[in-house]
Design a binder for this molecule. Structure first.
Ligand code: ADP
Ligand code: ASP
Ligand code: MG
Length: 482
């Protein structure tokens, strides 16, 4: 389809009746110009509420569960009342109650079982998106835009890794084209749920927290969209997280690789897996502020001509460092490292950074702290013999650490940059525990004590003058959030 625009609205961009009206206005305006489909997150904090309700159900806390369901109902019923007049809202309200009833049924099942099967969890949490899509599509119709709510479970085909599923692009392409192209050709605006999908045999899945960005990218790719616009609550991709660094600035352009490195290293503004489906087809992406739609936002592009130095800094605090050290010199450290990584790979654990010492044959790697128990189990199994016979020292785990990552395509051509970064961190009396430079030379990752992480981020941002550079290249004073 020619000139297709995919837009994604995040949770805060549909977080209230007022925000839904704003999202609808943006969507209706674009729809008048060209074929448009939108992907929508659950209203802000709703996914957290749904997960909390399920945890309470699993723990046998019936009053807690009921109170969460009441909050869920009140939020959506009130929003529906604010959006639609009597006479229009009744069928929509009936749908809202039906979806919440579906959630209640699954949660009660979990309560009875005392256990939350991953598949049921995925089916239940996707109801947040089904509710927001229902309200936004109904409001669009009411205000004169032909729109239909679409459940992505009928389009996005995934593997069966519940909670963190991966799309199967070919079957997704077929389904997306069969379902959405006829609507688009008729001038209808599809309003698609973000975050969810289903296996080929119809079991509901989700794509991981924050996964609606990924849903939008998947649809943009399989429908060969001309552009993807991601609407959020800040002015675009910034030189740092505005919550940590108040004087950060919006970047005018970033490359796919820079954006992906930022996302993987903690910049919440994009889900880490968003860019992969778009890079191959070089579909341009915009990150824009739905609270200030007139602002240009950040454009994510294949390459930038004049890119210099470090452009942005990001951090991850929920991480842990595992160190492996031989107890004597007979051990082949490289071979141990190979097997350790292989074991972690089999256990589906993401290794965020690796660092090694060739002299002592020791090495350490960083994982997310929620994956730590599984990582330790995997290593203790893989290296059981070496550990039991004392060839390796017991695994050393340090979970009082954080990761700071400095990103920029132009870093490889900037001598002395790494030294300046380390000096800036040390000046703040923050201990550097490990360093890893990505093989792409696009990122320098530094592991520091967790309580020094935020200080270190601010120090690196100031030292590299990221804010000033970004403002200068925009040609205007610009930055901050809404
Ligand atoms: P949405 O609900 O729209 O998907 P998110 O909360 O997932 O929005 O992501 C937007 C948030 O990401 C911003 O409010 C901001 O606090 C945070 N953020 C972290 N790092 C960055 C960064 N480098 N640039 C912009 N925002 C960032
Ligand atoms: N609603 C989901 C979440 O909060 C997906 C998303 O918002 O992108 O994780
Ligand atoms: Mg998000």
């Amino acid at each position: 389809m020619k000139d297709l625009l995919i837009m994604k609205f995040g949770g805060t961009s549909v977080g209230s009746a007022e925000r839904i009206r704003a999202a609808a206005a943006i969507s209706a305006e674009q729809r008048q110009k060209r074929p448009t489909a939108i992907v929508v997150s659950a209203m802000s904090k709703v996914t957290d509420l749904l997960l909390e309700a399920l945890r309470r159900a699993e723990a046998g806390d019936k009053p807690g569960l009921e109170s969460d369901i009441e909050k869920l109902r009140a939020r959506h019923v009130e929003t529906c009342h604010e959006l639609l007049p009597a006479g229009v809202r009744e069928p929509v309200l009936a749908e809202v109650h039906k979806l919440i009833g579906e959630f209640e049924r699954i949660a009660n099942g979990i309560y009875m079982l005392g256990e939350a099967p991953p598949r049921s969890t995925d089916e239940a949490v996707a109801i947040g998106e089904r509710l927001s899509v229902l309200l936004l599509a109904a409001y669009l119709q009411h205000t004169g835009t032909r729109a239909v709510a679409v459940n992505a479970a009928s389009i996005i085909v995934t593997d069966a890794v519940f909670g963190n599923a991966t799309p199967l692009m070919e079957p997704t392409r077929e389904k997306a084209r069969a379902k959405l192209l006829p609507l688009l050709e008729e001038g209808v605006l599809p309003v698609v749920t973000g975050f969810n999908g289903a296996t080929a045999d119809g079991r509901p899945t989700t794509l991981g927290r924050g996964g609606s960005d990924f849903s939008a990218a998947i649809l943009a790719s399989v429908l060969d969209a001309t552009e993807l616009w991601i609407w959020t609550d800040v002015d675009g991709i910034m030189t740092a997280d505005p919550r940590l660094v108040p004087d950060c600035a919006v970047l005018e352009e970033v490359t796919y690789r820079e954006a992906a490195e930022l996302a993987y290293n903690g910049a919440k503004v994009l889900h880490p897996r968003t860019l992969a489906p778009l890079m191959e087809k070089q579909i341009p992406v915009w990150s824009k502020n739905s609270f200030a739609p007139e602002k240009p936002g950040t454009k994510i592009v294949p390459r930038i001509e004049a890119s210099c130095g470090a452009r942005a800094v990001t951090s991850l605090s929920n991480v842990a460092l595992i160190s492996i050290e031989p107890a004597n010199s007979v051990i082949n450290g490289t071979e141990v490292m190979g097997r350790a990584l292989e074991g972690l790979g089999r256990a589906n654990i993401e290794v965020l950074a690796v660092s090694s010492s060739s002299y002592r044959q020791s090495f350490c790697f960083l994982v997310r702290d929620r994956e730590l128990p599984a990582a330790i189990e995997s290593l203790e199994t893989t290296l059981a013999l070496e550990l039991a016979h004392g060839y390796l020292k017991p695994l050393d785990v340090d979970d009082n650490v954080g990761l700071l990552a400095v990103v920029g395509e132009g870093m490889r051509g900037t001598p002395g940059l790494a030294g300046r970064i380390f000096t800036a961190i040390s000046r703040e009396q923050v201990n550097i525990i490990a360093i890893a430079q990505g093989s792409s030379e696009l990122t320098i990752a530094v592991v520091v004590r967790r309580d020094g992480l935020e200080k270190a981020v601010r120090a690196v941002h100031a030292e590299s003058r990221m804010g000033e550079h970004a403002r200068r290249s925009r040609g205007a004073e610009y930055g901050g959030s809404h």
